[in-house]
Design a protein around this ligand. Sequence first.
Ligand code: M6R
Length: 618
Amino acid sequence: MCGITGYIGYREAYPIIIQGLRRLEYRGYDSAGVVLFDGQDINLSKTKGKVSELEKKVTEGVSTKGNIGFGHTRWATHGVPNHINSHPHLSQSGNLVIVHNGIIENYDTLKKELLSRGYKFHSDTDTEVLINLIEEIKLQENCKLGKAVQLALNQVVGAYAILVFDKNKPNELVVAKLGSPIAMGIGKDNKEFFIASDATPFIEYTKDAIYLEDGELAIVKLDRDIHIRKINDDQIVNDLRIQQLQLSLDQIEKGGYEHFMLKEIYEQPSAITDTYRGRLLANKGIIKMAGLDDNLERFLNAKRIIIVACGTSWHAGLVAEYLFEEIARIPVEVEYGSEFRYRNPIITENDVVIAISQSGETADTLAAVKLAKSKGAFVFGICNVVGSSIAREAHAGAYTHAGPEIGVASTKAFTTQITLLSLLALKLGKEKGNIDTPSYQTYLQEMVQIPSKIEKLLGEDAHVKKIAAIYKDLPNFLYLGRGYNFPVALEGALKLKEISYIHAEGYPAAEMKHGPIALIDENMPVAVIATRRGHYQKVVSNIQEIKSRKGIIIAIVTEGDTTVKDIADHIIEVPETLEAFTPLLTTIPLQLLSYHIAVMRGCNVDQPRNLAKAVTVE
Ligand code: M6R
């Protein structure tokens, strides 16, 4: 995915755009560009690399004057990340300019047609095809920019959020969306407008925002208004759906932390509290959640629950499989969105599909949601980003309310997803009569203790850092866990590989002897989750097996453990909790371990190479 931000108004546009691009960099950071209109000329600057590279380039001589402009930070899809493929892209005449987030799937056919009409292309991008298609239509039809964009988009197959400007119509910007998000901020008295992939670039300027819906096109006119219409049938959208943003500036700043990832790790106690706030009334023994309560029958009658997700969210889904099957006694299948959508899955009207996604924009999860809906399943979305595509596409759902997660590596999203899924499992278990009242009460009382237990665990940070320093240069890591902590092992390995580029594998501890044990030697650190509850003795045996092959044991144990302490090279103690809630604690030291290793290796933990925060392409 990519980040788009634009401005039209009375202020200098450049500082607003650059600030906005910095905030959107989590969406992609292999190249960046900015375009400004100074009243006469279009001044364009772009480069391979991050927004900081763009700033350097701009100071080398491009004009930053102008009250209209937009910028782009890219995660490459078509064409390698280089200067030429970076956005914005100009049309052949140089009069039109575009930034685009998404993929034009039929770009090749469109390009051939344009080539036959004499268009020349400088980049390998689908976006340059689109802007020339718009230009060609504008010339052929002798129409305004908005109409030309609309007609062009009716020829396009794919996904997009675009922002287009015409030098000959300098008081307006054209915005359109299908499948990729775009928000518009409205300044006082329509004297200025902001456009961005999310609202973070403009929160200090306005709280009034419109999120464009799929298939809509907006013409943003300075001193006038925003006009929205449907791309496919010209229908005017009269209700502008202006929302009040809840976001605040400090939520999207580092707040004194060196990295967003560290801030987000430390935010977990408050994020989890925000997830269950108003939903969990522990003293009254009540769990209430509108999306669930309004659709309780669908859940209670479900023959099975299918969970679809990707990456870390998929790991949360795996934890939920244990939760739902143990507590609610409902069969669960956990699917990667990408596999589910292409293997003709058997889905019936009796199925409930839970889609888990921090961003709510992951293309594979979104496609899985649409497929499940088309087969009649009831779809429940668990998202963090309010108003995101999956949240809107699902029949019902619940937000995790974790606050913005900006570090590309998911941390608080994972623990808040597990918190929400625990509440769902407990409510369903209670309603189905599969959990007795004392156990139910114990779960509820324990859940409210989790934030303070994480707080205590964060006090182990310096200890974890020392362990990180010892093993930071080793090329491989193994992560082992059983039961509820098997998904935590997968998550621990994913965190390490994505931010430190160390090869890491997560395994169910007992599977080790079926293959991975061959890897064990004195250079193989093995992080083993060996909490007192759940298969403890079995895991202790697995630890012995590793030790007898000279492996290095970093064990996550329950406070006061002595058995593993005697065998392991290092132990990290977590507070005692119910087995079902152990992932909420055991995950924390593994997040810290990967964070410190990555920092010590000089890696950019917030923006790891080749990644983007939300994967909005297949
Ligand atoms: O926004 P989503 O939760 O749908 O994202 C899913 C994955 O792309 C995401 O969890 C990814 O694996 C993270 N980089 C993991 O840290």
